[in-house]
Write a protein that binds this ligand. Structure first.
Ligand SMILES: [Zn+2]
Length: 316
């Protein structure tokens, strides 16, 4: 990956970052306390989430469309903005939570980040914000997964999607020693104070662009991983494919996951303890501010996936 990981003390939080921090906290609290668990079992909460998310994106000036689909007699909805023209980057996050968990970090943090990015990057013709239903079990890696349904729609409509940024569990950072575990060995830093960019081989150029921009512009540690066939660890085993970006990968669309590394760092993953006050809003705000900064310019296209017929069968 280009550049060097930021090291040393972080600069003082800017006023803009402090505002982002309090908005992120408010979003996560709304989703986890006011609304609560949100999935097929807590269906009313899922519907309340959609109404709220739609309103928030509209407040940022984006037109929004709901995309309902049916699984086992139940209607679920993906949500996307409509302002893009020509080739675009998908900024995506799932808004459901697992079991009866409040899902503050997984994935309230990413939803909050997406809402903030839409507010900080208004009126963009090269970005499409998408909120997915049903990332969590029992829909995970099935045809009921919101991102799977969404990718099929992109391919059927031959939409000019360039690439995808998946926001997944990205609200927890710590300076504590030995706070970071590592997939497939011990090659990650041992302090969990960095954000990570995870890619597969076809997304290597995208990952390098994201990491390169980050390291030259943002004062916050960023680790980049592109798993190649030569990698020392198995991408699947490592869990690098464990979110909505996997559906894009399977369709041949370059995608990276932006994350705090989830269960390699965060102890409350998929538990009832994944509550809003566990998140660290100041470093989280630096990450969101950094993302807004590197996305202030259009990303390179990275692929020609809008060609119909490029779709590979997924979930065979
Ligand atoms: Zn999850």
């Amino acid at each position: 990956m280009p550049g060097l990981m930021f090291q040393g003390p972080l600069p003082p939080l800017s006023i803009r970052q402090a505002q982002i921090a309090s908005r992120l906290e408010a979003h996560v609290r709304h989703l986890t306390e006011t609304i609560g668990p949100r999935n097929f079992k807590f269906y009313k909460n899922l519907q309340r989430s959609v109404v709220w998310l739609e309103g928030e994106l509209r407040q940022s000036g984006y037109a929004v469309e709901r995309l309902p689909y049916e699984i086992d007699g139940q209607i679920f909805e993906n949500l996307h903005t409509l302002d893009d023209e020509g080739p675009f980057t998908v900024i995506g996050a799932h808004y459901d939570s697992v079991y009866e968990c409040p899902g503050a970090n997984d994935n309230g943090s990413a939803v909050a980040a997406l809402l903030e990015l839409a507010r900080l990057l208004p009126g963009r013709r090269d970005l499409r914000f998408v909120l997915f239903a049903n990332e969590e079990p029992p829909f995970y890696k099935t045809e009921g997964m919101g991102s799977h349904v969404y990718v099929q729609r992109l391919l059927q409509n031959a939409e000019p999607v360039n690439n995808m940024i998946c926001l997944e569990t990205l609200g927890y950072y710590t300076e504590a020693p030995d706070s970071q575990k590592s997939p497939g060995g011990d090659w990650f830093p041992t302090v969990g104070n960095f954000m990570a960019v995870a890619a597969d081989l076809q997304s290597n150029d995208l990952a390098r662009e994201v990491v390169g921009r980050w390291r030259s512009q943002v004062a916050f540690p960023c680790l980049g991983v592109a798993a190649t066939p030569e990698s020392e660890f198995d991408l699947i085993q490592a869990g690098l494919n464990m979110s909505d970006h996997d559906c894009f990968w399977r369709a041949g669309i370059p995608a990276v996951m932006i994350t705090d590394t989830v269960f390699y760092r965060y102890a409350h993953y998929h538990t009832l303890e994944d509550t809003w006050e566990k998140l660290t809003y100041e470093p989280f705000a630096r990450v969101v501010d950094g993302l807004a900064q590197i996305l202030s310019q259009t990303l390179s296209d990275g692929c020609e996936v809008s060609v119909p017929g490029r779709a590979k069968p997924i979930f065979p």
